[in-house]
Design a protein around this ligand. Structure first.
Ligand code: PNS
Length: 161
């Protein structure tokens, strides 16, 4: 029997309840789901990769078949190296869908055997993004409805630095 191992790649700076909603849905579709943080210093993230991974681990700790990892470089190279069966991406709206479709086409041009599954986020989180969460936090707003308590704490700590 083959293990269906999928990867949910992203920047996750930081992980939101919208991301968590995608993880919860995707975890029921595959034997193993690997949430993987892209190491991309060009993006000037608020949180380093190790912190982002810790925050994700905390958020997904109750879901048995979810693991947290990180990667550098092209997604297709990581996909092949780790023998993933599928890439999972969350889609909030039409704009996301356009961008995700372009990314899927590029990835499939680079690796024909790559498979992609789009998961619609729950409408409750249809407007939540890491950048908006950071913006709310930066201006002193309450982010608790958008992120887990650990992430809210990490955002506060970042602000007080
Ligand atoms: O959370 P994000 O920023 O929307 O995630 C984007 C991500 C990390 C999935 C995408 O940028 C990616 O896979 N980057 C790795 C480099 C790569 O493979 N680029 C070509 C894909 S179009």
């Amino acid at each position: 029997m083959t293990m269906r191992k999928a990867v949910y790649p992203g920047t996750f700076d930081p992980f939101t309840r919208g991301h968590l909603d995608v993880v919860v849905q995707a975890a029921t579709l595959f034997d193993e789901l690997v949430v993987s943080v892209l190491h991309n210093p060009n993006k000037r993230p608020w949180f380093d990769v190790a912190t982002r991974m810790d925050l994700i681990r905390d958020a997904v700790s109750s879901i048995e078949n979810v693991r947290v990892d990180s990667f550098e470089g092209l997604l297709v190279d990581y996909y092949r190296r780790e023998s993933f069966a599928c890439v999972v991406r969350g889609v909030r709206n039409e704009l996301d869908f356009q961008a995700e479709l372009a990314m899927a086409h590029v990835n499939r041009s680079l690796a024909e055997d790559l498979r992609v599954v789009f998961i619609p986020t729950s409408s409750v989180y249809g407007f939540v993004s890491s950048s908006l969460v950071k913006d709310v936090a930066m201006h002193g707003g309450d982010v608790s409805q958008f992120v887990t308590p650990r992430v809210a704490k990490a955002l506060l700590e970042h602000m007080s630095r």
